[in-house]
Design a protein around this ligand. Sequence first.
Ligand code: FHN
Length: 431
Amino acid sequence: MKGKIFFPAMLFITLNAAAQVAYSPSPENLKAREWFQDAKFGMFIHWGVYSVLGDGEWVMNNQGIDKQTYQKLPAFFNPIKYDPREWVALAKAAGMKYITITSKHHDGFAMWDSKLTDWDIVDRTPYGKDVLKMLADECKKQGIKLFFYHSHLDWFQENYFPRGNTGQTSGRPESGEWYKYLDYMDGQLKELLTGYGDVAGIWFDGLWDKKDSDWRLDRTYSLIHSLQPACLIGNNHHLAPFAGEDFQMFEKDLPGQKTTGFNPEQKLGELPFETCETMNNSWGFNLQDKNYKSVKTLIRYLVRAAGYNSNFLLNIGPMPDGKVQPEFVTALTEIGKWMGKYGETVYGTRGGPVTPRSWGVTTQKANKVYVHILNPEDNNLLLPDFGKKVKAITHYNTGAKMKFKQDAFGITVSVPEESLDDIDTVLIMEL
Ligand code: FHN
């Protein structure tokens, strides 16, 4: 790895120099990327010992809890109602095709039976079971793919030193061996990639905590791809993708939209996209957060994401007893009903020929373009010309033929008031 930094073009980009050099994705990996883009909709799960406090996954940092005190938490984590069958069934009922669960969040706690530490669910909690293994087995049974969210950032390990911008109150000594930490992280990833069946992807997060460090991404990414070539690597570093990554993610934002402040430097790459969002305002279980987004808002986010050629990863933060809060279950079930009806216009599509507009988005599959009108602005909709002859336009719900005209100015289609749907009015344009 070190030798690569002599490459003049890379000298000034520390992280690029550390990424998987000369990465050429395997055929299995390319196939997995296609699958990923077709799948479109996944369930994000933030679950850990922090859930006990009902104050989100950043509670250790935000409440300034030191390591000593935080270690009391696992004793209260006893999710006796955890039933992976229910979780997977819920994801499927919502129309989701994959699950991405936190194997380790920033508190460093391993949600599987790690042999490299006792800071894990089997060694420290009264529950004593490997919840990831249980979930992996169930996903396999129910035919849904599993990704692991894995935090680079670790507020617990002493070797995570020099420390980054967060976790300053954890009470760790002012010393540590950085490369030992990276060895430990790679060792844990190896456990996940060798003991849990096919892992559809690793979703990294937390690199932004120390973005100028030598993260040795080359070694980590190569390890993952050598163990499971089809495993898709994504990294929520909020920058343009590095070599060795297989998809690009956006947090609480559609690709290229820098509305949240998370992604100011983020550039769009060529890889498949995914955007993630919360159902209220929290990732990990938050007892007081009642800011639930409506089903309509969430469906529209999913549709917009598809129009931006992106997947949508929608988060739940299960409760410490292992149940998913009823508000989430209800909303996901409703979304699933909508997907049952409109799935054709989302799954297997790519961003359509008309780029996202204020009125909505387009998606496309073969010779069909799905026009999703989310904010109708007029009774006539003008689509810019995209160089293809339109044969017919029909209303997705009713099958009614829509009046339209195609000329040098584009395609004008009449969308009368009575044809509008409150969530999404979909028209099929046949090319
Ligand atoms: O700090 C995390 C946060 O807890 C959560 O996991 C989200 C999910 O995208 N990502 C991080 C912030 O970028």
